[in-house]
Design a protein around this ligand. Structure first.
Ligand code: HSE
Length: 430
């Protein structure tokens, strides 16, 4: 017996929404064969009905209000690709859950802020919220964590989860250009979010990390506990010096369960230049998952764009059409624990760059401050400085805590031989 079609209501006809319609129109038969039933868009909603989006809207009902779309009786799955963690997106997803629909969303901000409450509400009604497209675009990282690696205790999840930041950092390195110039280039190329702080301040990537952490560690989403630091203060000088020492600078997200609680960091870090993360260039994403049985899994691919994101949305839709009903965060939302947030719990080596006054004993004073804080030097390099009054010095430390490092940085300010504020960046072992 032929199963009835799965009927979609698509809210938002921007890049992702039109990408979803384009795949449905191109691959309708393929999707139906794989899903075991037709997958049909029946209604859409967007702000501007007259805009030419390059896809046909023929035969689709139109709703001005996404909440009305979410409540339509002929919609089985509500696809939310509006974006934003409040306003229309939140109201419409809540309405869809209330109306007893399954939800597929690409909205990382919404889930980072309200994911736990939304998952509880959906599961109370026996429905699912799926969000593959919200994290790392076309990379099936949610599926990998919730299904392929379901038998593992995950020890660490890390990665580059914002393609725009990775584009900016690699372009700075390759062209030898300062941050400000490359930021403007990225804006001109349309790579930046409408509010660019979402990209360059690490917020968008932080949203994604918090969602991965919830699945990996069985904890309630806690975006507020993510330590966030953007890429605005990364200089071309540090990119070059880090390169000299065998590293690349990445906006790296790391989530790890420690004895002191859940550590979630999104910050510029050094990674070995030869590692998969170090080799990642341009606007690509990479997520590394470490499981106790599977070991290290590396996933790489496009983190944004119409095709990759729509591919992820429709992967979720096909699962629902097949009857695959995995809870939002890979286990019932009521079983998720509230994580104790930990900061600075995991020790690491650090890269330090400082400008040292060129006089006898200056280096000895810096070495003493580090020694007094219990920090051991692994490698050190002083650069030639011709006529300049200060000498650039790079230090790579052995593993130390952020607490000890902050003590040492405070001590350096008091030595009278360090000009300005030293740069300190964590080195992540991968
Ligand atoms: N702006 C994001 C990025 C894509 O550059 O990766 C959407 O999350």
């Amino acid at each position: 017996m032929t199963r009835p079609p799965l009927r979609l209501g698509i809210a938002g006809l921007g890049t992702v929404g039109t990408g979803v319609l384009a795949i449905l129109q191109r691959h309708g038969a393929l999707l139906a064969a794989r899903a075991g039933r037709p997958v049909e868009p029946v209604a859409v909603s967007a702000r501007d009905r007259t805009r030419d989006r390059g896809v046909s809207l023929d035969g689709l009902a139109w709703e001005d209000d996404p909440v009305a779309l979410a409540r339509r009786p002929d919609v089985d799955v509500f696809v939310e690709v509006i974006g934003g963690h409040e306003g229309a997106a939140r109201a419409a997803v809540e309405a869809a859950i209330d109306a007893g629909k399954d939800v597929v969303t690409a909205n990382k901000a919404l889930l980072a802020h309200h994911g736990h409450a939304l998952a509880l509400a959906a599961e109370a009604k026996g429905h699912v919220i799926r969000f593959e497209a919200a994290v790392a675009g076309g990379i099936p990282v949610i599926k990998t964590l919730t299904e392929g690696l379901a038998a593992n205790e995950v020890t660490r999840v890390l990665g580059v989860m914002n393609g725009t930041c990775n584009y900016i950092l690699t372009r700075m390195e390759e062209a030898g250009l300062p941050y400000e110039t490359v930021f403007e280039e990225a804006r001109a190329l349309g790579y930046l979010e409408a509010d660019p702080r979402l990209d360059v301040d690490g917020i968008d990537a932080g949203h994604k990390l918090s969602l991965l952490a919830a699945i990996a560690f069985g904890t309630e989403v806690s975006f507020d506990a993510v330590e966030l630091e953007g890429i605005g203060s990364v200089t071309i000088e540090d990119i070059r010096r880090a390169g000299d020492m065998g590293y690349r600078i990445k906006l790296l997200g790391v989530a790890q369960m420690t004895g002191r609680g859940l550590e979630q960091r999104m910050q510029p870090c050094l990674v070995p230049a030869t590692s998969p993360l170090g080799q990642l260039s341009g606007g690509t994403n990479m997520v590394v998952i470490e499981g106790d049985s599977a070991g290290q899994i590396v996933l790489r691919g496009a983190g944004a764009g119409a095709g990759p994101t729509a591919s992820a949305v429709l992967g979720d839709v096909i699962d629902i059409a097949r009857g695959v009903r995995i809870p939002t965060f890979g286990r019932p939302a009521s079983s998720l624990r509230r994580a104790r947030p930990a900061r600075g719990a995991v020790a690491a080596p650090y890269y330090l760059r400082l400008d040292l006054v060129d006089k006898p004993g200056a280096l000895a004073k810096v070495a003493r401050v580090l020694g007094d804080a219990g920090i051991s030097i692994d490698r050190m390099r002083q650069y030639g400085h011709a006529e300049a009054a200060t000498a650039p010095v790079l230090i790579v430390t052995h593993r130390t805590t952020r607490l000890a490092l902050d003590e040492a940085l405070g001590g350096m300010a008091e030595t009278g031989v360090v000009e300005g504020r030293p740069v300190a960046l964590r080195i992540e072992a991968v």
